[in-house]
Design a protein around this ligand. Structure first.
Ligand code: C2E
Ligand code: CA
Ligand code: CA
Ligand code: CA
Length: 393
């Protein structure tokens, strides 16, 4: 018959809205989403609520290009700000697409494939994903990861590895960055890319970050006791910043471990900082007021505005590894790296380059005025017990 598509739509932040603003705000959000979806559909299309925060769309008599255009429109319509309980939000959703007859003829098969595509998109943070074959992971895997991660936190299966940060002028280690891993009982040591997206979607990122902070501060206190004055950097996600009281929570942990606030750097990706400007900015200000250092991670890949940076006391800017990688060969990367260094210094921030794998790159960066460096050249991230071995002689 004629081609068409079944599309699954899942809201990215429904649980968070429900948790922070309450159920009636969650219900209101679902109603707004349903209205906006309905408004963007054609008369022959169907919208169905699947329960939770999932919707299904049936788009008959549509080829792939038509479906794509329609979904781009829906995605844009959803993104228009909505105010719930006085809190402005932008609605983000993931769309998973299965085309018929190409991906199947039976509705349940098409739904399963649309679901697989949708979860694939959530992991890779793409908003519209078309089913692309059996290697798109099984749809239940996402839920399995969430369920297992809950246990992992309870059973202490997470571990931190540390990667040193080196002063490019003196060659000395000045701090370490904590990077989380999951010692999975069956699957072995898992990198953060395997479980962080599931943690962020499910709200588990909150206990996860709390665990990472507590572990890192305890480890930091142990180093301090042996005379090493390293600062410690911890990665936090946008979700953590959005949680009211986060700065107080971190302050409490610092006091508990007897750690001076300036010894902790919280790394926030540029994307997270740019995403929800007002709330992220307020959280950053709350943290810096308490003396906690803020580092802007993956700088150069996001869209922070200059005026945003001007208003925030940033301790460190980290140049994303994609610019560092080819800085010897690529004049555009050289220009970007030099510009970031100048910007950072102009704002009174230190600048760190990540992903340094060769002495030549380290040299180039030092001559360009970069302050600190991280990368496999110095050390891969290693378990706590091995951290002492990369003390520079
Ligand atoms: P990131 O913060 O940009 O961390 C740097 C990543 O680059 C790490 O990957 C590190 O192992 C890797 N790396 C370091 N030096 C080199 C190098 O010379 N070459 C190459 N190719 N790679 C290098 P990892 O540990 O897999 O972490 C990935 C991302 O996961 C991190 O990126 C960070 O955004 C996130 N992450 C890690 N731990 C946490 C955490 O505790 N909380 C949160 N929210 N995010 C975390
Ligand atoms: Ca959801
Ligand atoms: Ca980082
Ligand atoms: Ca980074």
């Amino acid at each position: 018959g004629e081609p068409g598509a079944i599309v699954l739509v899942d809201l990215d932040r429904f649980k968070e809205v429900n948790d922070t603003l309450g159920h009636h705000a969650g219900d209101e959000l679902l109603a707004v989403v349903a209205d906006r979806l309905r408004a963007g559909l054609r008369p022959a299309d169907t919208l169905a609520r699947l329960g939770g925060d999932e919707f299904a769309l049936i788009l008959p008599r549509s080829d792939a290009a038509t479906v794509r255009r329609l979904l781009d429109g829906l995605s844009a319509a959803l993104a228009t700000e909505v105010v719930l309980d006085g809190v402005p939000l932008s609605i983000e959703a993931s769309f998973g697409v299965a085309h018929y007859p190409e991906h199947g003829r039976a509705v349940d098969e098409l739904l399963r494939r649309a679901d697989a595509a949708m979860y694939h998109g959530k992991r890779g943070s793409a908003d519209i994903v078309v089913y692309a074959g059996e290697d798109m992971s099984h749809p239940t895997q996402w839920l399995v990861v969430q369920a297992e991660l809950r246990h992992a936190l309870a059973r202490d299966e997470l571990v931190l590895h540390y990667q040193p940060k080196v002063d490019l002028r003196t060659g000395e280690v000045v701090g370490v960055e904590a990077l989380v891993r999951w010692q999975h009982p069956q699957r072995g040591l898992l990198p953060p890319s395997e479980f962080l997206p599931a943690a962020e979607q499910s709200g588990l990122i909150e206990p996860l970050t709390a665990w990472v902070l507590a572990r890192a501060l305890a480890d930091q206190a142990a180093w301090t006791a042996t005379g090493r004055s390293w600062g410690v950097s911890v990665n936090v996600s946008a979700r953590n910043l959005e949680k009211p009281g986060f700065a107080d929570f971190v302050s409490g942990l610092l006091a508990e471990h007897g750690t001076p606030a300036h010894r902790l750097l919280l790394e926030i990706t540029e994307t997270a900082l740019a995403a929800d400007t007002r709330r992220a900015e307020q959280a950053v200000l709350d943290l810096t007021t308490r003396g906690i250092g803020i580092s802007v991670d993956d700088f150069g890949t996001g869209y922070t505005s200059m005026s945003q940076l001007r208003g925030l006391p940033i301790a460190e800017i980290k140049i994303d590894r994609t610019f560092v990688r080819d800085v010897l060969e690529a004049p555009p990367s050289q220009a970007i790296v030099r510009a970031i260094i100048a910007l950072a210094h102009g704002l009174g921030s230190r600048v760190t380059a990540e992903g340094i794998e060769s002495p030549e790159v380290a040299d180039w960066l030092r001559r360009a005025g970069c302050d600190e460096a991280q990368g496999y050249l110095y050390s891969r991230p290693v378990p706590w017990a091995e951290v002492g071995t990369y003390e520079i002689t």
